[in-house]
Design a protein around this ligand. Structure first.
Ligand SMILES: Nc1ncnc2c1ncn2[C@@H]1O[C@H](COP(=O)(O)OP(=O)(O)OP(=O)(O)O)[C@@H](O)[C@H]1O
Ligand SMILES: [Mg+2]
Length: 326
């Protein structure tokens, strides 16, 4: 299951992603955690020391390796240089699985030990001021998009991505790559305006979007979110002393998380799991092709000097069975 946490800056994306990841790990589920936010804080939220977090390999800097591996023997992709972030898999491509070892994880993922389990953590790499809004920035999240487009995941295994909800998310197809998107919103006008904007963008792409209210203090907060988000409001999370202790560098055992917050995490997982039956693999594949053709015309053909439309394998559908290739 591919799951994104998005929302306004400071709403609690990283906190809730990290709690959700801990929740899954405690249940023994295989998890790949991905930090694709501008502010790279997921490692710290998962308990890494500052130096450990800073030493994480950046996916954005390992794009050539990622491309070369995923390309495999796909005859439609002449070289890693002609592969762009949206180049879709086809016959001969190598696919990634959540629970395996492969050269991409070897290069880009690091194990993080949590109470009850170990997860793989991948980070896009820190964004600098100069990156934001330019090609470089997109090439960092582009590595995530490329991996998700080559990932075959089944029920009970999870890829959890901590993202931003800024308009940059919509410059690529990344926002369409998830089974479910949790939009973290504080009960404020700004919090819900990000939700409305996201919903508006996502509408035409069949994105499953659910609001997770955060830092909710009372019934009035819940009523406000309900009035604004209606049935999209999935669950709310209150202030957590567990989180506060962790922020002080004194993480309690995960079992000590407040019962109400644990129940909220359970609801998130149930909502994610429930989307499995709704998967439309053809549409998923069609959308990656759609974004690829858009990028090809927009800049890719000119950049690579090739007709990138030729990379599309018309008979290929990304499914759990890699042999589902025509
Ligand atoms: N439920 C909560 N209980 C207690 N503290 C919380 C809770 N949610 C978030 N916080 C705190 O609020 C601050 C912002 O949260 P967080 O870093 O998760 O937000 P973010 O959306 O990831 O922000 P950014 O946009 O900067 O990445 C952090 O200090 C975090 O510990
Ligand atoms: Mg964050």
């Amino acid at each position: 299951m591919k799951i994104a946490f998005v929302g306004k800056g400071g709403s609690g994306k990283t906190t809730l992603s990290s709690l959700f990841i801990r929740h899954l790990a405690a249940a023994g589920a295989p998890v790949v955690a991905v930090d694709a936010d501008i502010n790279q804080h997921l490692g710290a939220a998962l308990g890494l020391e500052e130096t450990e977090a800073a030493a994480l390999p950046a996916m954005g800097e390992r794009l050539p390796l990622i491309k070369d591996y995923l390309r495999g023997s796909n005859p439609r992709i002449a070289s890693a240089e002609t592969m762009i972030k949206t180049t879709p898999p086809g016959a001969g491509s190598r696919l990634l699985r959540v629970d395996e070892t492969n050269p991409v994880y070897d290069a880009c993922a690091r194990p993080v030990e949590l109470d009850g389990g170990v997860v793989r953590l991948m980070v896009t790499g820190p964004f600098t001021e100069a990156d934001v809004g330019v090609a470089c920035y997109h090439s960092k999240t582009g590595a995530v998009e490329l991996c998700l487009n080559h990932l075959v995941d089944g029920p009970g295994e999870y890829v959890v991505v901590d993202m931003t909800a800024g308009s940059d998310s919509f410059a690529s197809g990344l926002f369409t790559r998830f089974d479910i998107t949790f939009l973290v919103a504080e009960p404020t006008r700004k919090g819900v305006s990000v939700y409305r904007q996201y919903k508006e963008y996502a509408r035409d792409f069949g994105v499953t979007l659910k609001v997770v209210g955060n830092k909710v203090q009372n019934q009035d907060d819940i009523d406000f979110l309900r009035a604004e988000a209606g049935d999209d409001l999935l669950v709310t999370v209150g202030h957590s002393d567990w989180v506060r202790a962790m922020e002080k560098g004194r993480p309690p055992r995960f079992e000590a998380l407040e019962e109400t917050n644990r129940r909220s995490l359970h609801t998130l997982r149930a909502a994610a799991d429930a989307t499995y039956g709704l998967r439309d693999r053809e549409r998923y594949t069609r959308q990656m092709v759609q974004f690829h053709l858009k990028n090809a015309v927009g800049w890719g053909n000119a950049r690579t000097g090739t007709d990138l439309a030729e990379q599309v394998d018309p008979g290929f559908v990304l499914g759990e069975n890699p042999l589902a290739t025509a």
